[in-house]
Ligand binder design. Structure first.
Ligand code: NAP
Length: 290
């Protein structure tokens, strides 16, 4: 199948490679040229302009945020160049409002739109083991499901309205951010009391909190290993803000998200914007004078 792919950042590069490895004809476009060159070496065709990526049956996009989707033109001008019947699978974590608007804009042009945000960091993306949360019409999901199965270990349908997948993803990332906050605070507390935080993290992440979040991010925090950033403070703060926006619209109090968002702002001011978002833990230690 001919597939287009726009947005070859940390996540997009690995996902696109898996679509290529599954035997599809892939046309890629990225704002900066280097990531596309790496995929061309594996057999992808580099689009000279983004519209070339819209000439297949399916377009994937994995751009940073709402603004990036707008700047590429996927909410307007670019869609007028799409091959009739194209279905766009938007993998990015974008806002609920914008997801709903994108679905309408595609429908007006008789194009399909599916939201398929993912859980998993860039190494998981490269291994084709993402958790893919998809929402859209049954017909559109059926069309794109075989490709989603090439990039994920589980594909779960969140609903028929695309923005439901984005809400699912945003709520999940809020839980991750809350875990970073609680680990950062707890690790600072034990360290100030003279306890080895490595031992504390090892005991808890192999017993009461035995899961990848406390093991992976907990290890990063106690070892102060915040580079290279798999998922940056900048993107993490964006997702907590998206949770707050959704909470406002749905009248759900989210006081913990407000707190974590403020800490991300402080971490950004302290120069951590491009570090991994687990550096929130290191930042909280510094607030405790460590
Ligand atoms: P990233 O490495 O920063 O890549 C962002 C991509 O967006 C790049 O291709 C970048 O192009 C492009 N881009 C940004 N602004 C643009 C603009 N104004 N115009 C055109 N292109 C633009 O981000 P990522 O980690 O791959 O994340 C991508 C999405 O996946 C985000 O929505 C993020 O929340 C979500 N996500 C990330 C992770 C993770 O662990 N990293 C996990 C799950 C979901 P350039 O290469 O030219 O900069």
């Amino acid at each position: 199948m001919k597939v287009g792919f726009i947005g070859l950042g940390h996540m997009g590069s690995g996902i696109a490679a898996n679509i290529l490895n599954a035997g599809h004809e892939l046309v890629v476009w990225n704002r900066s040229p280097d990531p596309a060159k790496a995929l061309a070496e594996k057999g992808a065709h580099i689009a000279g302009a983004p519209e070339e990526a819209l000439q297949g049956a399916i377009l994937f996009s994995m751009l940073a945020n709402d603004d990036a989707v707008r700047e590429v033109g996927l909410d307007g001008a670019l869609l007028t160049h799409a091959k009739p019947g194209l279905t766009h699978v938007n993998l990015a974590t974008i806002s609920i409002d914008f997801a709903s608007r994108l679905a309408k804009l595609h429908a007006e042009r008789r194009l399909g739109y599916v939201a398929a945000p993912v859980f998993g960091r860039p190494d998981v993306a490269a291994a084709g083991k993402l958790l893919v949360i998809v929402a859209g019409s049954h017909t559109n999901i059926a069309k794109v499901r075989p490709l989603l199965e090439c990039i994920g270990r589980r594909v779960e349908v969140a609903g028929e309205a695309p923005e439901q997948a984005n809400l699912f993803k945003i709520a999940g990332n809020f839980m991750l951010a809350a875990a970073l906050e609680s680990m950062g605070e707890a690790f600072a507390l034990v360290r100030k009391g003279g306890i080895d935080a490595h031992v504390f993290q090892d005991v808890l992440s192999n017993s009461l909190f035995a899961c990848p979040v406390y093991q992976g991010y907990g290890g990063a925090i106690v070892n102060a290993k915040f580079e290279p950033a798999g998922f940056s403070v900048k993107l993490g703060m964006k997702d907590v803000r998206l949770a707050l926006d959704a909470a406002r619209d749905l009248s759900v109090p989210l006081p913990l998200a407000s707190l974590v968002h403020d800490h991300f702002i402080e971490a950004t001011v302290a120069g951590l914007a491009d570090k991994d978002w687990s550096s929130l833990g290191g930042f909280l230690a510094s607030k405790a004078g460590l």
